[in-house]
Design a protein around this ligand. Structure first.
Ligand code: G4P
Length: 530
């Protein structure tokens, strides 16, 4: 990072990030306020379905149907001050860990939203661990400070202890619950006062000449002011100061205290992303590292979404541009098929609307409509054969056999399954013996989602049935030994949707047995998608 040449201004102003949160912490509300302050929507409340009901299963599926933004707009772009923000949506449900993982390969930073009354919750921790695998810089937003929250030190301690990361306060809350006044912006010496009357208004901001400025007393009741001074003194002694290098290498997170629903603290957080970055980071490929400042366009597909518009059977491949300046109409080289592709109708996602992308820069996410040529992990370049790494496919943890209720519709089923496999929504295996398909997922809810989507998008009712197998491993290694393994264990062998061989397992013992009997064979739980 430190030794790199400065990026061209158009690239250096890009901020590509995701929000991670436990359900209910306020991710949707925060997203909505980002879009509001980014000018991408006019009024908060456009982004999502209302109320608790939307989290029930039927509503979740309905959202898939309606293609509500919180489910399907995989990336949203908007401007804030001099910055261009690309917010990449992480799938909300805990089941979608693989999808989430891949989403996080496309971003340079993450915002972790926690609920001030609940602290670090299970899903926060899981998502955080995924970020840590990539050393992603993390900004923390402690939400719902308008309600009774935990003690500030307790919240910070919990993050430090639980997630093993240094926490440095970027703001300090004053009061809590009904007495919540606002927060002191420690980075800019400003007092931000929360306005409960207008939830979409940016908070009043008062420039202060330091924490001892008598002006504070005009806005803060005496008891709260005294507590604030005491806490701040303690914070200075106990907590580390902001260190940009530590932030960028993922070992320190700045924390802001706010209330998304009251638009409070949101602007400061956005300023933080702008000021601290990171700028678009280099991306790793098997051959070399790709720097965003390189003039030639390169990018990789991290997500494929089909049927975004139910009227058209289109698929959109989401591409993170790793380098260069892309212009509409460019001919790019599709590395896997070794064929050129004219990118005539790329899209940028601006809140609920799609827009044609006339140009895009390294760091941006563009959607490329296509008929199935583009798959997760694919690289696009201006001619170089690059394979971007770090976009794994994980072995499923649950396997079931799928059947069309109408046996005459087997061909349709095959088509639907191919689509979902390409989207990365499921693993589809064709066993060597017998007819039919085995579908593998990471979380049980995905079976329901798949069944519902196949019925909806292909008018094809299906049923999932138990399978003898519980997991699958990709087979590689010595060719002769693989042939022997396959010949003797046909009942365990299947092909995945790329035609690669897999070994279906019932127990760990199956794996141990293969490894013992066929020492030249490797069984792996992940496969690089390239
Ligand atoms: P999620 O996407 O992380 O699941 O959270 P979401 O934004 O949907 O927020 C979950 C609930 O918390 C919502 O209430 C939302 O209004 C509320 N919320 C978000 N930010 C704040 C905040 O700063 N303070 C308070 N007090 N509440 C907040 P809900 O009742 O589930 O939905 P709704 O009926 O308000 O739409």
């Amino acid at each position: 990072m430190t030794n790199r040449a400065p990026l061209p201004p158009e690239i250096s102003r890009r901020r590509t990030f995701a929000i991670i949160a436990h359900p209910d912490a306020g991710k949707t509300t925060l997203t909505e306020k980002f879009l509001l302050f980014g000018g991408a929507i006019q009024m908060a409340g456009q982004v999502r379905a209302k109320g608790e009901a939307r989290r029930t299963r039927s509503d979740f599926l309905k959202m898939e149907q309606d293609r509500g933004i919180s489910v399907s707009a995989s990336a949203m772009s908007f401007d804030f001050r001099q910055y261009r923000f690309n917010l990449v949506d992480t799938p909300g449900h805990s089941d979608f860990s693989e999808d989430t993982y891949r989403t996080l390969t496309a971003v340079d930073a993450a915002i972790m939203v926690i609920d001030g009354a609940k602290g670090v919750e299970s899903q926060t921790r899981k998502l955080f661990e995924v970020c840590r695998l990539r050393d992603l810089p993390i900004l923390t937003f402690c939400n719902k400070m308008d309600r009774e929250a935990r003690d500030t030190f307790e919240i910070i301690d919990e993050i430090q202890e639980n997630l093993a990361i240094d926490v440095t306060p970027a703001s300090w809350p004053i009061g809590s619950g009904r007495d919540f006044v606002g927060a002191y912006d420690l980075l800019h010496d400003r007092l931000e006062i929360m306005d409960r009357a207008d939830r979409n208004k940016i908070a009043e901001s008062i420039q202060i000449s330091g924490v001892d400025d008598p002006k504070l007393a005009e806005h803060i009741p005496a008891d709260l002011l005294q507590k604030f001074h005491e806490e701040l003194e303690m914070a200075r002694e106990l907590l580390p100061a902001f260190d940009r290098a530590a932030f960028l290498n993922g070992s320190m997170t700045p924390i802001w205290f706010g209330s998304a629903i009251n638009s409070f603290g949101v602007k400061e957080l956005m300023d933080g992303i702008g000021e601290f970055g990171p700028e678009p980071e280099p991306q790793k490929a098997a051959e070399r590292q790709v720097d965003p400042a390189e003039p030639e366009v390169t990018g990789f597909v991290f997500k494929v979404q089909a049927n975004m518009d139910p009227k058209h059977r289109d698929r959109v491949a989401f591409v993170r541009l790793a380098s260069g300046h892309f212009e509409r109409g460019m001919k790019l080289f599709h590395v896997r098929s070794k064929k050129p592709m004219s990118i005539t109708n790329p899209v940028l996602f601006l809140a609920a609307d799609r827009e044609l992308a006339e140009e895009a820069w390294a760091g941006d996410i563009i959607g490329i409509p296509n008929h199935g040529q583009l798959r997760i992990g694919d690289a696009l370049t201006e001619g170089e054969s690059l394979r971007f790494t770090g976009i794994p496919s994980f072995a499923p943890e649950l396997l079931q056999t799928i059947r069309a209720l109408d046996p005459m519709k087997a061909k349709h089923l095959e088509k639907a399954l191919t689509q979902f496999a390409e989207e990365g929504a499921a693993k589809v295996f064709k066993p060597m013996i017998g007819s039919g398909y085995i579908v593998g997922v990471v979380g049980a809810l995905q079976f329901d989602v798949l069944a519902s989507r196949i019925e909806l998008e292909y008018s094809l009712p299906v049923r999932f049935e138990g399978s003898n197998f519980v997991s699958a491993r990709w087979i590689s290694g010595d060719k002769a030994e693989i042939e022997k393994l396959v010949a003797v264990n046909k009942g365990h062998i299947a092909h995945d949707s790329d035609g690669d061989l897999v070994f279906l397992t019932r127990l760990q013992w199956d794996i141990d047995r293969v490894l013992r009997d066929y020492p030249g064979v490797k069984l792996t739980a992940t496969k690089e998608m390239m």
